[in-house]
Design a binder for this molecule. Structure first.
Ligand SMILES: Nc1nc2c(ncn2[C@@H]2O[C@H](COP(=O)(O)OP(=O)(O)O)[C@@H](O)[C@H]2O)c(=O)[nH]1
Ligand SMILES: [Mg+2]
Length: 416
């Protein structure tokens, strides 16, 4: 019994000794964990990226290590906080900006769009973002969007003359049209603001004072999705390949919204033959050499394009001719067919580009690259079954045929 008691006492003493040793060892290790130098500041936007991670090689999984050698960034003032950005892509930047027209109430929908555009592309390129509104932007809109954009943000209020009825519009006639379209349940048919929006996007966004600082734009709408990584700079692609206008989705316009748009276009062609280029895309717009419009257009909620082209005399003459005809108010002309007809007639066909890599969704259509390898390479998260490109209501097949482009492998299976 006595020998057993002494053995127990020895075990007890040994146990206490171990606990004390463990306590000191663990205390001394954690005492040394700095939470990053207190004077560290996050990388200011636009400044070169410096890899602030510790140089020590990482220990093997499960091996002992000193936490002080591998400080974790727990807040913006800690070293390594900005490593998550992966650092800006090397190389030149173009004189380009994102542009969004939005209301204050669109803030959470545009936040979703920005997050995706940043994650898939801009976090490594840090292009600016211009926001335009017919009313002043509120503090929440500015705060949220600025926190999400990796480039510099700018906020512009649209002048009244760019968001109102021109004096030659007969208000009674316009009101009757709206009432009639409401009756016929035409989408946005009774909306005044939608008409101002379409006229603004057709004729004024590219000459807003803030936009005059840039040569290239990428239009982003609230509540869109971008499904694939963009490894290269699409603005630079446009510049280096002589492109002026780029799209991802194309389709047929509702004829009820544009019954006389083509008549107005033909009048413009007659009055300004000097603006119609050879080797244009009339074959995309018309099946009978220009007699009638087949309603094909590029969907303008996604666009990458040249602002200088939109500011050219040719484009401005076209917009002013349409604006005088009044169809933005007497019908419900959309900016998509207006931009598309202009691009189709005033740009050479090889100046229009289809951005297959920019996999994209805007309700209700999806562009998802047909080629499986491309989807894997670009870590796309779209379902190829949703791809609209080769369906009957898309005009993208026409664009491919007109330009002699080879359709991607497997497109036939996506036609239904
Ligand atoms: N500031 C402002 N932006 C608008 C207004 N109406 C539409 N927008 C913007 O114009 C773009 C197109 O409008 P949207 O409602 O998405 O039209 P849809 O895509 O044709 O269904 C979006 O970027 C909207 O945020 C408006 O009255 N004021
Ligand atoms: Mg939209």
């Amino acid at each position: 019994m006595a020998a057993g008691g002494a053995r127990h006492l020895r075990f007890l003493l040994f146990g206490v000794f171990c606990v004390i040793v463990f306590y000191f060892v663990s205390q001394s290790s954690y005492d040394g964990v700095p939470n990053g130098p207190q004077n560290a500041v996050p990388r200011p936007r636009g400044e070169p990226y410096v890899n602030q991670s510790p140089l020590k090689a990482a220990p093997a999984v499960g091996a002992a290590y000193n936490p002080a050698d591998f400080p974790m960034p727990m807040g913006p003032s800690d070293n390594g906080w900005t490593d998550i950005l992966g650092g800006p892509a090397p190389g030149p930047r173009m004189n380009a900006t994102f542009v969004t027209l939005a209301r204050n109430s669109d803030v959470w929908d545009i936040a979703k769009s920005i997050r995706q555009v940043e994650d898939r592309f801009n976090r490594r390129y840090n292009y600016d973002w211009v926001f335009l509104n017919d009313k002043p932007f509120d503090e929440t809109f500015k705060k949220v969007t600025t926190s999400l954009v990796s480039g510099t943000t700018f906020y512009g209020e649209i002048a009244e003359e760019h968001w109102s009825f021109p004096e030659w519009i007969d208000q009674d006639k316009a009101a009757k049209v709206r009432a009639d379209m409401k009756e016929r349940k035409i989408i946005y048919g009774d909306s005044v603001s939608y008409r101002h929006m379409c006229r603004f996007e057709s004729g004024f966004f590219f000459r807003q004072p803030l936009m005059m600082n840039y040569e290239w734009y990428w239009r982003v709408e609230p509540n869109i999705k971008l499904f694939c990584d963009m490894h290269y700079d699409p603005f630079r692609f446009m510049v280096e390949n002589g492109k002026k206008y780029a799209f991802v989705l194309s389709l047929y316009e509702y004829i009820e919204t544009i019954p006389t748009l083509w008549e107005s276009t033909k009048k413009f062609i007659k009055n300004h033959p000097e603006h119609i280029v050879e080797d244009n895309s009339m074959g995309f717009l018309s099946d009978d050499g220009g007699e009638t419009y087949n309603r094909c257009h590029f969907w303008s909620n996604f666009e990458i394009g040249s602002l200088s082209w939109l500011r050219s005399k040719a484009y401005i003459d076209f917009f002013e001719s349409l604006d005088k005809d009044g169809g933005f108010f007497y019908e419900r002309w959309g900016d998509a067919p207006v931009h598309s007809i202009a691009a189709g007639l005033m740009l050479k066909k090889d100046e229009i580009h289809f951005f297959d890599d920019a996999a994209y969704w805007h309700v209700p259509f999806t562009h998802c690259p047909t080629d499986e390898k491309r989807r894997m390479d670009l870590r796309c998260h779209c379902n190829p079954k949703d791809n609209f490109d080769w369906k009957g209501y898309s005009c993208t097949s026409r664009y491919f045929d007109l330009n002699g482009l080879e359709k991607p492998k497997g497109y036939e299976e996506q036609t239904k």
